[in-house]
Ligand binder design. Sequence first.
Ligand SMILES: [Zn+2]
Ligand SMILES: [Zn+2]
Length: 225
Amino acid sequence: MSSTDDGAGGEYDHCCKVGRVADDHSLSPGVGGGVNEYLAARWRGDDDYPETSLAELVEWFDRRVMGTVYRANDRLATDSRLAAEYDTLRSDDEVDRSLLVDDLAEDGIDGDALRGDFVSVATMYRHLTDCLGVSKPDADGRSDSDWEADKIAYAVETARENIADALQSWENKGTVPFATDASIGVRVTLECPVCHRQVSVERARERGHVCETHMTEGAGPPDRY
Ligand SMILES: [Zn+2]
Ligand SMILES: [Zn+2]
């Protein structure tokens, strides 16, 4: 079965995949209000919630789906178990994953279907902005805003979806057999213009520089000759 993330469109009775999955599982945030209000409030940082990145919202959503399915099938749903098994279900390690899928099957849970209900960052973004019409408050000096990380995650996810479409077509035409069975790695790499050392964009953000030798406040701007 396909775990293609449809995003908007193609889901006639629902706004998009997020709406369908939330409905299918009668998802509730566990606090007052509905899932949509909860997602919007956390994303914007309203109602005393700390402003939350799309990646974290996706994780919350997917795990909430897992927990609901687990409890419906009398499978223990502790936070630590959900976290570990969520990582396994999403991982590219076929062996680990199929072990877990077998284990889930013993509890009457279709692990592949569960995985197919997981949503992507791009889909969550479209759900919030297009379906719900939510927008982030403008840059208003909030220091905890992580829109930059959201923007990069969205770009990477969109690239991955577009590449997957191209692979599907190549597979259909026989240009590249079994192309859709490949896992797609999209990595954003930054390079120092002086020494050409490379670093992932996430790592650069984490450590606060692209190149320690040529591109820190102390080192000054890189010489480009
Ligand atoms: Zn939607
Ligand atoms: Zn350098």
